[in-house]
Design a protein around this ligand. Structure first.
Ligand code: ATP
Length: 232
């Protein structure tokens, strides 16, 4: 379970997040949608310990990790799939997996490769030789090898073809089905609606709308309209 309350954070230039609150029960997906600059990555960074919040709290399974450095937040069970994948161009898939495997929990490299489509046949390929979709799967693999209970995904479908977006969605839904707690941020209402149990709309650092997954799947226009109203 991930619980955020009153989360306020920003940079030297000013406050970006203004009192964001949401809670993600175990085994569910919460998607935060918002336009460019709404504060999606700032939210992920404030949860992951990459940015210290000015106020508010971040609870992971009831444990307060607010303002802890990233390695402590990771040790508390939080994994991060960063925006832009961040794979190493010169390292092979196998080398990435070896570096990320901590021998923790049930997440072995073989299990991860079995879950993530397309990577198993690319074990000897370097990061720079992988397609965008393969790089995204590798970024997911690295996070899973840390055996997280809570997984944060920052724009996991950015720049991917529709067929690969569907694969990312399937992986997200499978992980939730296995009991993982997922918080993802995305500018895409379609992707959010397709995989989330709950969707928040983030507008200039504030949650301005909240919908259930079934609600937005039954009527996709509701989320699109809510987001269109917030266009900067
Ligand atoms: N390191 C930083 N230093 C100063 N300001 C920043 C920094 N990172 C982001 N910002 C500012 O914070 C605001 C929110 O940025 P953020 O990256 O969180 O938005 P976003 O919703 O993730 O956007 P995008 O979809 O473009 O990634 C923007 O005005 C941005 O310029």
């Amino acid at each position: 379970m991930l619980e955020l309350s009153g989360l306020t954070a920003g940079y030297d230039g000013g406050t970006v997040l203004h009192g964001v609150g949401l809670s993600v029960p175990e085994g569910t997906v919460h998607a935060v949608v918002g336009h460019n600059g709404a504060g999606k990555s700032t939210l992920v960074h404030a949860v992951a310990g990459l940015l210290a919040p000015a106020s508010g709290t971040v609870l992971v399974d009831g444990a307060d990790v607010t303002g802890r450095p990233a390695h402590r937040v990771a040790r508390a069970g939080v994994g991060l799939v960063p925006q832009g994948r961040r794979v190493f161009a010169g390292l092979t898939v196998n080398e990435h997996l070896r570096l990320s495997y901590r021998g923790k929990g049930d997440w072995t490299p073989d299990r991860v490769l079995g879950l993530l489509p397309g990577l198993a046949g690319r074990r000897g390929h370097r990061g720079a030789q992988l397609s965008g979709g393969e790089q995204q799967m590798l970024a997911l693999a690295r996070a899973l090898l840390g055996a997280p209970r809570v997984l944060l995904l920052d724009e996991p479908t950015e720049g991917l073809a529709p067929v690969v977006v569907r694969r990312v969605r399937e992986v997200v839904v499978t992980l939730a089905g296995e009991g993982m707690t997922l918080l993802l941020v995305s500018p895409s209402p379609g992707f959010a609606a397709a995989c989330a149990d709950e969707v928040s709309v983030l507008t200039a650092g504030r949650v301005t709308g909240r919908f259930s997954g079934p609600e937005v799947r039954a009527d996709p226009e509701r989320l699109r309209e809510a987001l269109a109203l917030t266009r900067p």
